[in-house]
Write a protein that binds this ligand. Structure first.
Ligand SMILES: Cc1cc2nc3c(=O)[nH]c(=O)nc-3n(C[C@H](O)[C@H](O)[C@H](O)COP(=O)(O)O)c2cc1C
Length: 259
């Protein structure tokens, strides 16, 4: 049986869920396993030894997150000549979120025949324009996304290529609508994480959970180091709701991930 290795980056669990479900759905044609690209592993061998790889990530401002772009560039040699499936999760819209990584992969010599977007629950909990939903509304959204995951897996299984977000219009909307601005703020706002010292009790959960080691607890208070990758995990797990990123308000509700 052919081997598929899926590599995901997931701030709050949506993308991990998608990567795992796709692997499970593809088990008739692939021996498939998903792993977190921020954990330590011999990724070069995992890529080289697979017949096909999957890159799964949440879209941020119509872009793949920084750790995903770095992962791809770091393993460029292993990716060359490899079949790559792109699975991008988003809240509502990205234009060409999947294709923006797909194009990079293709420049490195990877072969992208399958790329898809999955609309998943929102995790931007500290912005007043995006209310967090944890109940029935999210369940309905997930159900719809699961149907899309299953259809996507079926296409892969049957070898019918499909690439979402590769059209000229999607690219223009993705770039001019979001990516152009996002890439600038991504550079400027790596130190934007705010931890309210008056609320923080120094429990260290944020520091333990940060996928890039950007938070440390010193003198009983959590402090950010200035290398945030905007995944929103800490904003959503802090028991004191002491962490904010782009929003100016503490989260009214936190996103608790896919159940
Ligand atoms: C910094 C940031 C930027 C985002 N930008 C977009 C976006 O451009 N379009 C969109 O539909 N969703 C956007 N989202 C929502 C996430 O992509 C979505 O909730 C995703 O499924 C979260 O995945 P995760 O739980 O694996 O981290 C953004 C989320 C964050 C944290």
């Amino acid at each position: 049986m052919k081997k598929l290795n899926a590599f995901y980056f997931s701030g709050t669990g949506n993308t991990r869920y998608v990567a795992n479900r796709l692997c499970k759905k593809l088990s008739a044609v692939y021996s498939a396993a998903a792993c977190d690209m921020t954990k330590s592993a011999d990724f070069s061998s995992l890529i080289k030894n697979a017949d096909c790889i999957m890159l799964a990530f949440p879209v941020y401002g119509s872009s793949p997150p920084l750790p995903v772009r770095r992962f791809v560039l770091r393993h460029a040699q292993s990716i060359a000549g490899k079949e790559v499936i792109i699975a991008a999760t988003q809240y509502i819209f990205s234009g060409d979120g999947a294709a923006s990584l797909g194009r990079t992969v293709e420049k490195l010599g990877g072969i992208v025949k399958f790329a898809e977007h999955f609309d998943m629950p929102n995790n931007l909990s500290d912005c007043k324009f995006f209310a967090i939903k944890n109940g029935a509304e999210n369940a309905a959204k997930l159900e719809k996304a699961e149907r899309r995951m299953d259809n996507f897996a079926k296409r892969i299984e049957e070898g019918r290529p499909f690439r979402r977000g590769y059209g000229v219009l999607s690219r223009a909307v993705g770039y001019f609508g979001q990516r152009m601005f996002w890439r600038r703020s991504e550079k400027q706002k790596r130190n934007a994480l705010k931890i309210d010292a008056a609320k923080c009790v120094g429990c260290g959960l944020c520091a333990k959970q940060c996928p890039v080691g950007n938070i440390a607890v010193t003198d009983g208070v959590a402090r950010a180091k200035g290398g945030c990758v905007f995944c929103y995990r800490c904003v959503n797990i802090c028991p004191q709701k002491a962490v904010t990123l782009f929003g100016k308000i503490s989260p009214a509700e936190q996103y608790k991930g896919v159940k």
